[in-house]
Design a protein around this ligand. Structure first.
Ligand code: BEZ
Length: 177
């Protein structure tokens, strides 16, 4: 059964810093999507002169993207989306996708996605190149490498394996030394 109650699904910084009131959080995944460091960040983890890289998701039928789903009180849903729309502007738009929980229950959730048509989209690159760019970027929200390390930590905390994130993390850590 798919319920239509107000949920927000986070696969990036919303995993470790939701910063909005929610009544429940649950581990879940979106089927047929892959997390990639393909979105440029000029407002959070980089600057217009030296964009950082943050995650977005791309459709990939072989993959599932694990993250955290947050159940919002219906009366707070509108204001929560307003806050997030402001905080997460940088090329993302909101889509509604089905999220599957560990017990196979499903809900529809709002998900921020940066698609290739947004001006900050950087696209594919080798993990080492991605990590080198990340290692030298910082923005108003802090160093870009901290973003990678926090994302990897949040994924490990819920027992998730994301080879792309962990490979970029390994490169980033090696470049810190
Ligand atoms: C996320 O955690 O899902 C997210 C955070 C910021 C922008 C887009 C997505």
């Amino acid at each position: 059964m798919v319920s239509k109650s107000p949920w927000i699904f986070g696969y990036g910084s919303l995993m470790w810093r939701p910063d909005f009131p929610f009544v429940q959080s649950r581990i879940g995944y979106i089927r047929g999507w892959r997390r990639v460091f393909w979105q440029g960040s000029t407002d959070h983890r980089g600057t217009p002169d030296a964009p950082g890289r943050v995650v977005t998701i791309i459709a990939d039928e072989r993959e599932n993207c694990i993250g955290m789903a947050y159940h919002i009180a219906p009366e707070r849903y509108g204001e929560t989306i307003e806050i997030l729309d402001y905080r997460e502007k940088g090329g993302y738009r909101l889509e509604v996708l089905p999220v599957v929980f560990e017990n196979n229950e499903q809900v529809f959730a709002s998900v921020y996605i940066a698609t290739p048509d947004n001006p900050e989209f950087l696209g594919q690159a080798e993990p080492e190149k991605i990590a080198r760019q990340i290692s030298t970027s910082r923005g108003p929200s802090g160093p870009n490498d901290e973003y990678v390390i926090k994302l990897a930590r949040a994924l490990r905390k819920i027992g998730a394996n994301d080879p792309h994130v962990f490979e970029v993390e390994r490169w980033v850590r090696s470049l810190k030394i």
